[in-house]
Design a protein around this ligand. Structure first.
Ligand code: SF4
Ligand code: SF4
Length: 389
């Protein structure tokens, strides 16, 4: 390991042509080595993007290869790698972990999983009140973070609600759901800026090994960027990512607000200066979809008074099978071969007798849709999704 001090204004770019793990080790070295990130901390909290059960190959989630390399670097510095992540509110954490194989991967690679109570509470959470915040004036982070350095591992992709999701948005996954509900309700873009006044990762490595454009963050088009971008300043990292995919930062509302309120950071590029890799197609902003998506969060406040703990308005709504991207079996084309049932990573979601999908437990990974040999499964939904790639 190289133990020189990490320059705070350095941003590194490297391609993953020789493998994601190799590229990850290289980019950490380019930034001065992991010891300058952990700086004697006992723990390193790894925050991937596991927003839902869609594999890294789709460009939706952080690749295991990147996590593995980062965990190795952390351990070599004498710190323990710890993973903490809660998927989007409409998804179940344990089911998401099962679909992605998170438990097995972490067990094989010596990464401890910390399961904080996603609904909040004093036991697992500590409150932050970042000075200068305009909307998200107080929020909570895992208590555990007080003893750990934070390594932020987002994916380079578009987002139908926030236009892009990169380094600045990714820490939302370590906030409890009540705070995430507040962020959506009071304006996601301003709240992302506010959150970044309180959460400053010690290192951000953006996983652009695949990435996604169009109707991301789950069902967009695979971008196949083959790049990693890393640095300490999340805004600077995000601005460099925008350059690589031909996106103007002012077209991304939370980046525009960050530039206005936090100021434009300066940085020195280390590693490869590669110009634009691909012109990203930004999601089409369907006003009605955005409004309906937003409405789920304010409605969750009164819903919480009557619902049992852990139940949210959006999970109930998605459970009806009337909204959200979801698989549906066409009885006419289906031969009842059972491939979809065998492919589904979760038990008892598809009923082969009735050809119905249980939308209360289905996590919308679409593995059944991709596996069906008869093309008898269609994808319904109101998220602007095209046929998923
Ligand atoms: S895989 Fe397709 S054809 Fe086979 S049972 Fe499922 S829906 Fe029917
Ligand atoms: S039914 Fe299909 S979309 Fe739902 S969890 Fe199973 S494989 Fe994934």
């Amino acid at each position: 390991m190289i133990a020189t001090q990490l320059a705070t204004d350095s941003i590194a770019i490297t391609r993953t042509f020789d493998g994601i793990e190799e590229a990850a080790h290289r980019i950490i070295e380019q930034l001065g080595g992991m010891a300058s990130v952990t700086r004697g901390a006992r723990f390193a909290l790894l925050k991937p993007n596991f927003v839902a059960g869609r594999s890294a190959e789709t460009g939706s989630t952080t690749s295991f290869a990147l996590l593995k390399a980062v965990a190795e670097e952390v351990r070599a510095c004498g710190a323990e790698p710890v993973l903490c992540e809660t998927p989007g509110t409409e998804f179940d954490r344990e089911a998401t972990y099962t679909i992605l194989g998170v438990e097995k991967f972490c067990a094989e690679n010596g990464i401890r999983i910390v399961r904080v109570d996603p609904e909040g509470g004093d036991q697992d959470w500590v409150e932050l009140r970042p000075p200068g915040a305009r909307q998200l004036r107080r929020f909570h982070v895992p208590r555990f973070l007080q003893e750990a350095c934070l390594i932020n591992l987002p994916v380079l992709k578009t987002h139908v609600v926030s236009t892009m999701t990169l380094g600045m948005k990714n820490p939302m996954g370590i906030l409890p759901r009540p705070d995430r509900r507040a962020m959506h309700t009071f304006g996601i873009d301003q709240c992302i800026v506010d959150m970044n006044r309180g959460i400053k990762p010690d290192l951000t490595i953006v996983d652009g090994s695949v990435g996604q454009d169009g109707e991301g963050p789950l069902y967009g088009d695979k971008a196949d960027l083959q790049v990693l971008v890393a640095g300490r300043n999340s805004l600077a990292v995000d601005l460099v990512c925008c350059q690589l995919v031909g996106v103007k930062p002012h077209d991304i509302p939370h980046l525009r607000l960050a530039l206005e309120q936090l100021g434009k950071p300066s940085w020195t590029l280390v590693g490869e200066d590669i110009g634009m890799i691909k012109q990203f197609r930004l999601p089409k902003q369907k006003a009605l979809y955005r409004f309906i998506f937003w409405l789920m969060y304010p409605l969750d406040y009164p819903y919480n008074w009557i619902a049992e703990r852990g139940k949210h308005f959006c999970t109930t709504l998605y459970g009806t099978g009337l909204v959200g991207t979801r698989p549906q079996i066409n009885e006419v084309s289906c031969t009842r071969c059972g491939v979809c049932v065998e492919t589904c990573p979760l038990p008892n979601v598809i009923d082969l007798k009735t050809l119905k999908v249980n939308y209360k437990t289905c996590q919308r990974c679409l593995l059944c849709y991709e596996a069906c040999p008869e093309n008898a499964i269609s994808v319904k939904g109101y998220s602007g999704t095209r046929r998923p790639s």
